[in-house]
Design a protein around this ligand. Structure first.
Ligand code: ANZ
Ligand code: ZN
Length: 811
């Protein structure tokens, strides 16, 4: 107890007091400020900045934040210049809806929410460089979001097009996808309709190949790569032309299997395919067709393409397709399993080798012709055909599938019946919303000049004040009602013109925020060249799996574009990507107000302290898995920290590890260092708990406790800093160095070595790991069985293979 510099007798562990104390200390001393210092190696870990909702921080937030905070702290102790930052992704619907309901300006709502979030995050002791805080709704920030949009526009990557949007007929508003839950309006529950509207689009498809190729150059966890690849959905195949009998119409189909053309026994077009309306006169069963269309309209694409779903469809009676390979007449059907939004919206059906086509053919009694040897197409489609040989296919017969694909592509190309074709599932990005709380799109429409950018030196184009944030009756943005804002003059010709009144979607500001952190106050460019060159790329980005195909893909697209126009110096923004699992309610379900299982982080901090919350969130389970909350687990972590606290009462002198603690100390440094870097803080903490148990049994000396405090510090930064000060170690813990370990000392000093006599192991001896030959022989000779083995014999030779075996040759 006499070890305490201040406050004898020893105080109770009181996180309330010490946590605030150290948070203020770090703030005052700008402990975590990152400065541009080319002399030092930089490290840029990044966590996804939150949407500051009215509900405040969720216990899910601190999980990834703590995990990377641990790495950030450790790297600082290792001498790296760490830039670890936080900001607010603050435009968006919940704030806007709250503002509408409560008649408060969304800006005010946002300010309040941010204030609360910031207070909450600060109370958890993250080592963020708060001087770099950013806010996507700050005009000084969104000036650059608008600037990037204009660069995209100027290079033809932003365009306006009619697109179907979600429309709630009862609220009379266009809904964002995230406002549609199970096909219904999130607010009123009415079934959502599709309406066509002119929307701004970003040509992300132009970058499809680059986005795919880039994945090979980065260290992303495999599930992220797989999801992005599937989302981009590149498939190589052919477009083949089918004539429609007695018309001038040619149906184009996309197929990945041109080799199976001779097996195409019917065609299917999407119910929305223009042929249906174009030939309404010719189609004999139009009533039946119309009834089917009405049914299909109610389903989402997801429901339509579900594999297990019972196939439905209607023939287009009166229309007949012609298979270009053999001239055979084949029926044309409509069915919802063919989507208008993929390929050409029309397919050639090969029921012999495609499972969906097979089910459809079986149900509607359409012919099935096998074109690849093997399988039994009466029982199921024969799809696993990579080794197959072609049959029933004229000039393809006898060829392998692979050869047949090439041959068929060549044949259709030569005969003007189609061509090789690559398709992507990826669609261009709908970039408009008819809402208020978003970045205004900085374009002006002039009857003479078309769409004209707001001059760059007039950015930011700020959101005007409005009376009402509610969308208008006709589904227009509330901005359309602000006449003196909408009506302007054309920057090009000076004639009267109108501003675009749509705003950008939620994903705009987050598509480049990591760049702004490197130089958040720059007024001339989005970030200086020096800052970007020094800090980029992000070395490690952790975030939710739910962002894989939206935010993560969008920001990679923007980054590649910025690279192409010379704004950034790396082709990829993020070198590494990891992801965390969710924290569930104590009942194992998703935390939600309605289930009543929400845990408020403020409560935990108040009752147990931030260090306990941090320790618990790291100890809770494997980082990448979803895990249920447990109040008992929280208590266990608090008890662990209390034991650490009480150890400090009785520290023995000593500035080296005690002999019997040496191996364990080196092992602990090794394990904890590795585990922190691999998001396994849970097993690191388990190791530190083991260490505390042993300290409790065997006592602990100053050197051992010092290094223990450093190892625990990234997880529990307040208690460790406090004990460091109380025990009068040098300086402050936050200024220290990470302990190093000696590999040789991580293994036990003694080893067991088998002793052989003429090739047979007779007994084993315990030797010092570094024992010399003489020492080894001595121990062996003293063994009680040695005399027995050598009785009446002579020892001819003895050989010791260090650490492995000792051989004795006797005669
Ligand atoms: C004939 C065929 C034979 C096909 C066979 C497959 C197997 P991926 O790989 O996803 O690109 N298809 C084409 N457009 C479609 C659409 N709009 N809606 C639904 N299905 C469509 O899939 C390409 C295959 O999906 C295409 O190749 C086509 O069926 C179908 F043994 O053509 B295939
Ligand atoms: Zn003009």
């Amino acid at each position: 107890m006499q070890n305490f510099r201040k406050g004898t007798p020893m105080k109770e562990y009181d996180p309330k007091q010490i946590e605030k104390k150290w948070q203020d200390f770090w703030d005052e001393h700008e402990t975590y400020k990152a400065t541009l210092d080319p002399e030092k190696k930089k490290f840029y870990p990044l966590v996804e900045f939150p949407y500051p909702s009215g509900q405040g921080l969720h216990v899910g937030h601190p999980r990834p934040y703590t995990a990377l905070d641990i790495v950030a702290r450790k790297r600082r102790y290792e001498g790296e210049n760490v830039i670890f930052t936080m900001g607010w992704d603050a435009f968006g619907l919940p704030t806007e809806n709250y503002a509408i309901k409560n008649k408060i300006h969304p800006r005010i709502v946002t300010e309040r929410n941010i204030e609360n979030f910031k207070k909450q995050l600060k109370s958890l002791g993250f080592s963020f460089d708060w001087s770099r805080e950013i806010n996507t709704t700050d005009p000084k920030y969104y000036r650059w979001t608008q600037w990037i949009f204009l660069q995209l526009f100027k290079r033809g990557l932003a365009y306006k097009e009619e697109m179907p949007v979600n429309w709630c007929p009862s609220c009379k508003v266009g809904l964002a996808n995230e406002e549609v839950v199970g096909g219904k309006c999130e607010r009123c529950g009415t079934v959502v309709k599709h309406r066509r509207r002119s929307q701004w689009m970003l040509r992300i498809t132009e970058y499809a190949d680059r986005l795919l190729e880039g994945l090979d150059t980065v260290d992303f966890i495999e599930p992220v790569k797989i999801q992005q690849r599937n989302w981009i959905g590149k498939s190589v195949g052919a477009e083949i032309h089918f004539k429609v009998k007695d018309t001038d119409t040619v149906l184009h189909v996309f197929t990945t299997r041109p080799d199976t053309l001779f097996g195409a026994t019917y065609m299917v077009v999407a119910p929305e395919h223009p042929i249906v309306t174009d030939y309404a006169d010719k189609i004999e069963n139009m009533d039946e067709v119309k009834a089917y269309l009405a049914e299909v309209e109610k389903k989402s694409d997801f429901e339509r393409t579900e594999l297990s779903k019972e196939k439905t469809g209607v023939p287009l009676k009166g229309l007949v397709g012609i298979n270009p390979a053999n001239g055979k007449e084949i029926p044309i059907w409509i069915s919802d399993y063919v989507l208008m939004t993929y390929g050409t919206g029309a397919i050639m059906s090969v029921p012999g080798h495609d499972q969906r086509d097979w089910e459809f053919a079986k149900k509607f009694d359409l012919p099935i012709i096998p074109v690849i040897e093997g399988g039994n197409v009466e029982e199921e489609a024969y799809t696993d055909v990579s080794e197959g040989i072609m049959i029933n296919s004229d000039f393809l017969n006898g060829k392998s599938v692979k050869d047949a694909i090439d041959t068929m592509i060549q044949w259709i190309t030569e005969n003007g019946l189609g061509k090789k074709q690559t398709n992507y599932k990826l669609r261009d990005w709908v970039f408009s919303r008819q809402r208020y709380w978003g970045e205004p799109i900085p374009l002006i429409h002039c009857d003479e000049c078309g769409w004209v950018p707001v001059p760059e030196d007039e950015l930011p184009l700020e959101l005007p004040e409005v009376e009402n944030y509610e969308p208008t009756d006709n589904g227009q943005s509330p901005l359309s009602e602000v006449e003196d804002w909408v009506n302007t003059t054309c920057p090009k010709c000076g004639k009267p013109a109108k501003r675009e009144t749509d705003t950008m979607p939620q994903w705009a500001g987050s598509s480049w925020y990591y760049l702004r952190y490197t130089d958040p106050k720059n007024e001339d460019v989005l970030a200086s060249k020096e800052a970007l060159e020094y800090f980029m790329p992000v070395d490690w980005y952790n975030g939710g799996m739910e962002h894989t195909t939206l935010h993560l893909l969008y920001s990679r697209f923007w980054h590649k574009f910025l690279y192409d126009i010379g704004v950034v110096n790396t082709d990829e923004p993020y070198q590494k990507r990891t992801s965390h699992g969710m924290i569930l309610g104590e009942d194992g379900g998703k935390m939600s107000k309605s289930r009543g299982n929400v845990v408020n982080p403020d409560d935990i901090v108040n009752r147990y302290g931030a260090d306990t919350l941090r320790t618990y969130e790291m100890f809770i389970g494997d980082f990448e898995k979803s895990v249920p909350w447990s109040e008992n687990g929280v208590k266990g972590c608090r008890r662990f920290l209390e034991r650490v606290w009480s150890l400090a009462e009785d520290i023995q002198d000593g500035d080296v590890y005690r002999k019997d603690m040496e191996v364990l100390m080196h092992q602990s440094i090794k394990k904890v260092s590795y585990d922190y870097e691999h998001l396994k803080a849970n097993t690191a903490i388990a190791q530190l708990m083991t260490l505390v148990n042993i300290f409790q049994k065997n006592g602990v000396n100053r050197k051992e406790f010092r290094d223990f405090l450093i190892l625990l510090n990234p997880v529990a930064p307040h208690i460790t800093e406090e004990l460091w000060e109380a025990l009068d170690y040098e300086g402050y813990l936050c200024e220290t160095h990470w302990p190093t370990y000696d590999e040789a000392k991580t293994v036990e000093d003694v080893i067991e070595v088998p002793v052989q006599f003429n090739g047979k192991v007779r007994f084993k001896v315990v030797l010092n790991r570094n024992a010399s030959q003489e020492e080894a022989f001595k121990v062996v000779h003293e063994h009680e069985d040695f005399a027995k083995q050598t009785e009446g014999k002579t020892v001819v030779k003895e050989i010791y293979v260090p650490g492995k075996i000792l051989n004795v040759v006797i005669k």
